[in-house]
Ligand binder design. Structure first.
Ligand SMILES: [Zn+2]
Ligand SMILES: [Zn+2]
Length: 85
């Protein structure tokens, strides 16, 4: 239903103002989206490759909190590059 109204409004705008204004609106919306909608980058754990709450280690590797907790019980180095953390 909402889509139908939007289409009708767009058709009315085309009839009244021409195609130029539509293009301008579309450009404005896309610029707005680019500025205000920050893309959410999912963080994937480097060990289990699951999307979880991750920590960035000093070495730059991203590892899930659960995995790093288990790992730090065994070792105090990064499980990927063996840098001390
Ligand atoms: Zn993990
Ligand atoms: Zn590392």
């Amino acid at each position: 239903m909402e889509e139908l109204i939007i289409i009708l409004i767009i058709l009315l705008l085309i009839l009244c103002c021409g195609l130029q204004i539509i293009i301008e609106i579309i450009v404005c919306i896309s610029i707005w989206n680019m500025i205000f909608k920050k893309p959410e980058i999912p963080q994937y754990c480097c060990i289990c490759f699951e999307n979880e709450i991750c920590k960035k280690l000093i070495c730059g590797h991203i590892i899930g909190e659960k995995c790093i907790e288990e790992w730090t019980e065994i070792s105090n180095s990064c499980p990927l590059c063996r840098k001390v953390i």
